[in-house]
Design a protein around this ligand. Sequence first.
Ligand code: WQD
Length: 347
Amino acid sequence: MRQNEYILVTGGAGYIGSHTVVELIEDGKTPVIVDDFRNADLKVLSGIEKIVGQSVICHQIDVCDFQAMHAVFEQYSFTGIIHFAAYKAVGESVEEPLKYFDNNLNSLLVCLSLAEEFNVNNFLFSSSCTVYGEPVNSPVVTEESPVLEANSPYGATKQMCERILSDLTKSGSDIRVLNLRYFNPIGAHSSSLIGELPSGEPSNLLPYVTQTAFGILDQLTVYGNNYNTIDGTCVRDYIHVSDLANAHVKGLDWLTQQTGTLNEVINVGTGQGSSVLEIIHTFENVSNIQLNWKFGARRLGDVEQIYADVTKAKKMLNWSAQRTMEDAVRDAWNWEQKRRNETTDNS
Ligand code: WQD
C-alpha cells in the first residue's frame, strides 16, 4: 500500500479544485483541501464524497492566514501543492483591483513561504490563457507566445504570480514549478454531483446559457457579432473541466519525477476553437431547447479569438483532452437541471 501522498489543494472546494480533488483520489492520492468557502458551497464536499465513495479531508481556512496554514503544514507531510485559491472574475477585478491583488498575490506568497519552510518542492500553479492578452499573429497560442499587457487586474495577478514563481526558482530554491495555463473550463462531472456554482449572475458563457435555458435568467446576450471570426462572434478553447482536472494529476506526477529546480509552463486546452454561436447551437442540439438570446454590444476586455496549441501537454505530460465540447455542454446542462430540481425538491 503506497504511503499517503498528501497533496495540498488550496481552493479545492471551487469549480476546478473540486473536480481535481476527485481525479486525485481516483488516482490513489490523498488531497487535503484548504478553502474558506467564500466562493464555494459546503455541499461540494458531500458531492465529492459520493463520487469517490470515501471521506475527504478539508480545512476551512483563509489561505492568506499564515498561522492557520502553518498548522496545516505541520499536520501533513505534503508531497505536492496545487494552488487554485484566487478570485477569478474578470469584470469584478476591474471594479475591485485591490481585492484581487491582495488575495491572489498574498495567498500565493503564504503557500510559497510554507512550501520552502517545510520542503514541499512540487508546486503546481493554476494560471490562465488570460496572460496572453490579445494574440497578435495567430489566435493559436503556444507557451512561447508573447505574454502581453493583461486586459484586467485578474489577468495581471496571474502574470505577477507567474513572475513570482519564476524569480523564486531562479533564486536557487528547491521548489519545482509547473504553471498550467487554462483556457475556458466548462461542464461538470458526468455524475452531476459536482459542477460550476457561480455566485450571483454568471459572467461566464456556459452557466449563463444553462441558467437562461432553465428559466432563471431571461435572455442571453451575445457580446458582439462583428469580430473577424468564422461567424462574427468570439472564439475560445472550451475544455471539459474533468479533462482539465486530469491534467493536474498528470502534471503533478510529472513534477514529482523531476529533479533539481525548474519552472515550466503548459497550455491546457483542447486545441480547438469554438465560437459563441457554436456553443449556443451545440447546446440547442444537445438539450433540444430553443435558447432565448440576442446580439448585443461587445464586452470590454474580450479577446477576439484565442485557442491553445497543445503539443507540449501531449509531449511532456502524455495528456490530451478526451471529452468533446458536446460532452461538456451536455454535462453542464445535466448539472444545471439536477441542482435546480434538487433545490425545488428541498424548498
Ligand atoms: C467567453 C465568450 C464572451 C457571457 C474568462 C477568463 C478566463 C477564465 C474563463 C478564469 C466571450 C461571450 C459570455 C455572456 C457572451 N476564467 N459571452 N455572453 O472571458 O473567455 O474567459 O473566463 O480562469 O481566465 O478570462 O470567458 O465565458 O466570460 O466568455 O457573449 O453572457 O462568451 O463575450 O466571447 P472568457 P467567458
